[in-house]
Design a protein around this ligand. Structure first.
Ligand code: CAA
Length: 395
C-alpha cells in the first residue's frame, strides 16, 4: 500500500510589500545601531536596559500586529517576523522580550479579548507602556501543558480564586500583565482550563525564583506564585473550558516568532563567520579561501534562507486566517535546528577565539539552544506535524 503526502496547497507571496520593506529597514537600522553594540554587555550583565524596551514601544514593535484602534501599528505577522529576525540578529535576549510580549501576551487579547478588555489591557501593552507575559508551564507540566495544577475556583461574587505556581515565564519578573491558565476541574483535563489576565500588584500574586540560564541571559525567566489571588470575572479571556485552545492557538503564533528568532541567530552566525573568515589568515591566506570554510558558509547561508522562507510561509498563512498549526511547527522545528547548527559552525570557524567571551560566537552558541526547547520542544513540533499528516490536527 502506498501513501502520498499532498504538496502544500497554500498560496503565499514571497515578495515583501513596500510597507514591509520599510519595517524591515527600520528594524535593521535600529537593531544595528542601538542593540548590537551592547549585545555582549546585555549577556554579561544579565539585563536589558529598559530604554531599549521603551524604544521598541516608540517604534511600534511592541504592538506591531495590534489594530491601530488599540494603540498598535496595525501591521501583519509577516512584518512581525521581519522585526524579530532583525532584533534577534543583534541580540536574542532583546528578541525574546519582544517575542513573548507580542506573540504570547498581546496576541491572545487581540484574538479573544472583549472590547472592554482591549481598551483596558491591550492598549497600554501595544503602546509599549506595559510589558506582558504568558504563564502556561508549571514545575511539573511543560510539554504536557494540559496537566497543569494551578487551580481556578469560584470565589465571592463574580470573582475567581487562583492558586498555583507557573515556571519558566519569560518577562515574568517585570511584566505588568500576565496571561495565565488555570484548571477549574482536573477531571475534565483540557476541557476544564480557563484563561485570565492578571495585573501586576494583585494581592497574592508574587514573583518567585529568577532562573540562571545557559543563554538569552539578558531576558528574565521567573517563577510566578498565585496564592489565593482574587481575579474578577471580567479578567477572563474566552469561556471556561476554552483556555487550552487559547493557549495552543497562541503558541501557533509564538512558534512562528521563535522560528524568526532562530533565523536571526543563524544570520548572526553567518555574518559574523563571514567577516571573521575574511580577516583571519592561516597558511598564508585568508581562511575564507579554504574550501572547508566555504562549504560551512554555503551550508549556513542555504539553511538560513530555507528557514526564513518556512517562517514567512507560516506567518503569511496566519495573516490570511488560514490553518497554520503544522506550518508554524515546521518552521520552528527547522529554523531552531538551523540556528543550533549555524552556531556550532560559527564557533568552529572562529576556532579557539570562538570559545572566548570576547567574541560573539559563544553567545550565539548558548542563545541558539533555547529555540529547540521553549514554546514547544522539537519533539513536540514533530508530534504536531505528524498529527497533522495523520489526520488529527487542530484549528
Ligand atoms: N489550536 C487550537 N486548538 C488546538 C490546537 C491548536 N494549535 N492543538 C490542539 N488543539 C485542541 C484539539 O483540537 C483538542 O480539542 P478537542 O478536545 O475539542 O478535540 C484539544 O486542543 C486537545 O488536543 P490534544 O488532545 O492534541 O492535546 P494534548 O494534551 O495531547 O496536547 C500538545 C497536545 C501538542 C502536546 C500540546 O500540549 C503542546 O503543544 N504542548 C507543548 C506546550 C508548549 O509549547 N509549552 C510552551 C509554553 S510557553 C513558553 O515556552 C514560555 C515562555 O515564556 C517562552
Amino acid at each position: 500500500m502506498t501513501t502520498t503526502v499532498a504538496p502544500a496547497e497554500a498560496k503565499f507571496d514571497l515578495a515583501l510589500t513596500e510597507e514591509q520593506q520599510l519595517v524591515q529597514r527600520t528594524a535593521r537600522e535600529w537593531a544595528r545601531d542601538r542593540v548590537l553594540p551592547i549585545a555582549a554587555e546585555i549577556d554579561e550583565n544579565g539585563a536589558i536596559p529598559r530604554e531599549l524596551v521603551r524604544e521598541m514601544g516608540e517604534l511600534g514593535f511592541m504592538g506591531i500586529d495590534v489594530p491601530e484602534r488599540w494603540g498598535g501599528a496595525g501591521l501583519d505577522m509577516v512584518s512581525y517576523v521581519l522585526v524579530m529576525e532583525e532584533v534577534n540578529r543583534a541580540c536574542a535576549s532583546t528578541g525574546v522580550v519582544l517575542g513573548s510580549h507580542v506573540s504570547l501576551a498581546t496576541a491572545p487579547l487581540v484574538r479573544y479579548g472583549t472590547d472592554a478588555q482591549k481598551d483596558r489591557f491591550l492598549t497600554p501593552l501595544a503602546k509599549g507602556q506595559w510589558l506582558g507575559c504568558f504563564a502556561l508551564s508549571e514545575p511539573a507540566s511543560g510539554s504536557d501543558a494540559a496537566a497543569m495544577r494551578t487551580t481556578a475556583r469560584r470565589g465571592d461574587g463574580d470573582a475567581w480564586i487562583l492558586n498555583g505556581t507557573k515556571n519558566f515565564i519569560t518577562n515574568g519578573a517585570f511584566a505588568d500583565l500576565t496571561v495565565v491558565f488555570a484548571q477549574t476541574d482536573p477531571a475534565q483535563r483540557h476541557k476544564g482550563i480557563v484563561a485570565f489576565v492578571v495585573e501586576k500588584g494583585t494581592p497574592g500574586f508574587t514573583v518567585g525564583k529568577l532562573e540562571k540560564k545557559l543563554g538569552i541571559r539578558g531576558s528574565d525567566t521567573a517563577q510566578l506564585h498565585f496564592s489565593d489571588v482574587r481575579v474578577p470575572d471580567d479578567h477572563r479571556l474566552g469561556e471556561v473550558g476554552d483556555g487550552f485552545k487559547i493557549a495552543l492557538s497562541t503558541l501557533d503564533g509564538g512558534r512562528i516568532g521563535i522560528a524568526a528568532q532562530a533565523v536571526g541567530i543563524a544570520r548572526a552566525c553567518l555574518e559574523d563567520s563571514l567577516a571573521y573568515a575574511k580577516e583571519r589568515h592561516a597558511f598564508g591566506q585568508r581562511i575564507a579561501d579554504f574550501q572547508a570554510i566555504q562549504a560551512k558558509l554555503a551550508d549556513m547561508a542555504t539553511e538560513t534562507d530555507a528557514a526564513r522562507l518556512l517562517t514567512w510561509k507560516a506567518a503569511s498563512l496566519r495573516d490570511r486566517g488560514e490553518r497554520h498549526t503544522a506550518e508554524a511547527a515546521t518552521a520552528k522545528l527547522f529554523a531552531s535546528d538551523v540556528a543550533v547548527r549555524a552556531a556550532r559552525e560559527c564557533v568552529q570557524i572562529f576556532g579557539g577565539y570562538g570559545y572566548l567571551r570576547d567574541f560573539p560566537a559563544e553567545r550565539h552558541y548558548r542563545d541558539a539552544k533555547i529555540t529547540e526547547i521553549y514554546e514547544g520542544t522539537s519533539e513536540i513540533m514533530q508530534l504536531v506535524i505528524a498529527e497533522d499528516m495523520l489526520g488529527g490536527g487542530a484549528a
